[in-house]
Design a protein around this ligand. Structure first.
Ligand SMILES: Cc1ncc(COP(=O)(O)O)c(C=O)c1O
Length: 362
């Protein structure tokens, strides 16, 4: 049995001695940040794992989105989903753009590509879908819409490291994809994120933006920011990379176990994975109504178990930061969804207990 409390997730940590071994190198070199050896090693191991050429690892997933908007020089409306973490939208706003909310597909929980075109105006500059819970969006349909209307596509792939479409990393789709390496993600650097693009010039530009807008000669050639990841964080990334496959396999096994433990409750609905392969990074359950969610949450909380209502409420309802636009499907699902605990340290007995409590509460 895991130690209580059990949270929706628990960060993966490598054996401490494997991390401290890497720290010795930092003490020897005296290099703490600025694209040091550990960052380079982490980037290269990540690329190898994802089968991509290069990647720009940065301080967090939010700044990765801001850098992507900056690199594409976007100013105007960006069509996105309300069923996301607030960071998707705050990054859009922080870069002086306006979020426009498109409703979601009730089965995949991703932006509904059939509803995007009706939201395009003469101010629209981009589409920013989110691969929600690592579930690949309809990348081909979204690409076609973007091509037709001359729009850029930035995928917020914060949840989607390890997900694929047509056997390629999901990061390969869109003009730029961004991801998060936050403590709760499949591969973590405590705080961290990354930008990826298949366009070499854009990739170089993202690297300059990450480092205050410097070129290789240390001249300032454009607007940049401090987007760097420290060597301490990169060391955690390197140490964690060794366990990437084990973590991935573990999540997959546990998601399947949850489904079998809950199989008697045939009114529960699960996210549909129609386009490509997802990464099992979350275990969301959709209930019949909010009352059931609240009952299940209360019963689990009473036993020191804390699932999360991801994503509740939807971002379009955050009246202090955005203008409300109705998205009835997202708003309905948001009230009925609960992500159950899922982490490497979660024990099978914990999952059995969670499912029993859930069943009783229904
Ligand atoms: C969909 C989504 N986008 C962006 C972010 C921001 O990532 P970070 O916390 O690394 O800044 C998150 C964070 O979890 C997220 O869930």
């Amino acid at each position: 049995m895991s130690n209580k409390p059990i949270y929706v997730t628990r960060p993966f940590l490598p054996p401490l001695e494997e991390y401290t071994e890497l720290l010795k190198g930092i003490w020897e070199s005296g290099i703490l940040t600025h694209g040091g050896k550990l960052l380079q090693r982490f980037e290269s191991e990540l690329c190898q794992k994802l089968n991509i050429q290069d990647i720009v690892v940065v301080g967090n997933g939010t700044i990765a989105i801001q850098m992507a908007i900056k690199a594409l020089e976007l100013k105007g409306e960006i069509i996105t989903t309300p069923f996301t973490w607030v960071a998707t939208v705050s990054a859009i706003k922080w870069e002086g753009c306006t979020p426009v909310f498109c409703d979601i597909n009730p089965e995949t929980l991703n932006i509904d590509s059939a509803k995007i075109e009706s939201l395009i105006t003469n101010k629209t500059v981009a589409i920013m879908p989110v691969h929600v819970f690592g579930n690949p969006c309809e990348v081909e349909a979204i690409h076609a819409i973007a091509q037709k209307h001359g729009l850029k596509v930035i995928y917020d792939a914060a949840h989607a490291i390890g997900s694929t479409f047509h056997e390629k990393s999901l990061l390969c789709y869109g003009d730029i994809s961004t991801t998060s390496l936050h403590a709760t993600k499949i591969i973590n650097t405590a705080e961290g994120g990354a930008c990826f693009t298949t366009n070499d010039e854009l990739l170089k530009k993202l690297k300059r933006i990450r480092f205050f807008g410097h070129n290789d000669n240390k001249e300032i050639v454009e607007d940049g920011i401090n987007g760097k990841l420290t060597e301490f964080q990169a060391a955690l990334g390197v140490a964690n990379m060794k366990y990437y496959d084990a973590v991935f396999e573990d999540r997959k096994r546990k998601c399947l176990l949850y489904k079998s433990l809950l199989s008697a409750h045939n009114h529960l609905i699960y996210q549909k994975h129609i386009h490509g392969e997802h990464n099992y990074s979350y275990f969301p359950v959709i209930f019949e109504n909010e009352h059931q969610v609240l009952n299940v949450e209360k019963a689990l909380n009473a036993q020191q178990i804390f699932p999360r209502r991801y994503f509740y409420p939807t971002v379009n309802t955050f009246s202090k930061i955005v203008e409300y636009m109705p998205t009835p499907i997202a708003e309905d699902i948001s009230k009925r969804i609960l992500c159950l605990p899922l982490s490497f340290s979660l024990q099978d007995e914990d999952m059995e207990e969670i499912c029993k409590i859930l069943g009783k509460a229904l």
